[in-house]
Design a protein around this ligand. Structure first.
Ligand code: TXA
Ligand code: MG
Length: 324
């Protein structure tokens, strides 16, 4: 496929590229352009303490960014790349501390989107690409979501259509010395899917590796980079219907915009950020969502539930508090 633009020319002109991926759109700059990387942080309003994911179009590019490429990284890449899985590994000295926010590790991912892959393969270097939204705002899943936020003079938006996955990639940390895999951010690829390819001498743990926690470093994948809608979102975990829980709009009450989740977690993830955008634009000043209790323990729902927890101003669990 012919690339829609010449990435080298866009970067040479001092502009960034909004990169379509299968998860969400990213705001991209080459890893060897500190000036453009600084602009990524600045335009997003992102704190310098929050590291960026490096996107690669080949395994050679991935290997060039790490100190070592363990067998497990190869195995995971064989199974899940290109795809919505980000691997955090000890970084090569050539990867700048600005990208990794001073961490000794780098996050890597090969996106499963033909346009992204083509751009990465024709780009002079791997590309950092955080989600192309303002800090604490909704991640973009369509080109127009990016255009609504960034100036065309700053960002060349490449339209790759609506994002198929709809929520950000799963992030895991690989510690080759401890032979542990840390579960840092849930996404479409579940813990079970990762476990299914782990050799028996590796184990999966939730949260950052003990070496990271003990050193007092931040575990950035777990940073509370909260998305908060313009209008407060109340999530109620319940078997009751939305109409029983929330005041619906009528002649006397402004009521609530009810967000309905499809039964299929993959479709729910795909639609999540667009549904929240629509709810923000709708009339009422409140957004309400009812979550069936069984979703909380279902690995297939982990990514969506995680994003809803971050977005909710109020989280009420009727099942656990004894009600409903
Ligand atoms: O699906 C995705 O991952 C999208 C698309 C554009 O690829 N990108 C994305 O980037 O979600 P961003 O910057 O919005 O989220 C990256 C997350 C942050 O929570 C950051 O703290 C974490 O990755 N991260 C980056 N480098 C890390 C590292 N070395 N160790 C742990 N977490 C890291
Ligand atoms: Mg983000």
């Amino acid at each position: 496929m012919k690339p829609p633009i010449d990435p080298a020319a866009v970067f040479a002109a001092g502009r960034l590229i909004a990169l379509p991926t299968e998860t969400v759109y990213g705001l991209a700059a080459p890893i060897d352009r500190p000036d453009l990387i600084a602009r990524v942080f600045k335009l997003k309003g992102r704190p310098a303490t929050n590291p960026l994911i490096v996107h690669v179009g080949s395994l050679d590019q991935a290997r060039s960014c790490v100190r070592e490429w363990p067998d497990l990284a190869q195995r995971l890449a064989d199974h899940f790349w290109p795809g919505p899985l980000t691997l955090v590994l000890p970084k090569a000295v050539t990867v700048s501390d600005v990208i990794t926010a001073g961490q000794p590790t780098v996050a890597l991912r090969m996106p499963d989107h033909p346009v992204a892959l083509r751009l990465l393969q024709t780009s002079p270097a791997p590309l950092v690409a955080p989600s192309a939204n303002l800090f604490t705002r909704l991640s973009p899943t369509r080109a127009d979501d990016v255009r609504a936020v960034f100036d065309a003079a700053d960002v060349e938006v490449v339209d790759g259509g609506p994002c198929r996955v709809g929520i950000e990639s799963t992030i895991i940390g690989l510690d080759p010395d401890e032979r542990t895999v840390s579960w840092l951010r849930p996404g479409l690829i579940s813990q079970d899917a990762i476990r299914a390819v782990l050799p028996t001498d590796w184990h999966l743990q939730s949260g950052a590796a003990s070496s990271v926690r003990e050193s007092g470093q931040q575990a950035p994948g777990q940073m509370r980079e909260h998305y908060r809608p313009d209008k407060p979102l109340t999530v109620v975990v319940s078997r009751r219907s939305p109409a029983e829980i929330f005041a619906l709009p009528d002649d006397t009450e402004p009521g609530c915009t009810i967000l309905a989740l499809p039964d299929d977690p993959t479709i729910a993830a795909r639609q999540l950020y667009q549904s929240l955008r629509q709810a923000e634009r709708a009339g009422p000043d409140q957004i309400g969502l009812v979550l069936p209790p069984e979703y909380l323990d279902d690995p297939a729902w982990e990514g969506v539930v995680n994003r809803l927890r971050k977005a909710a101003s109020v989280w009420r669990d009727e099942a656990r508090s004894g009600g409903g």
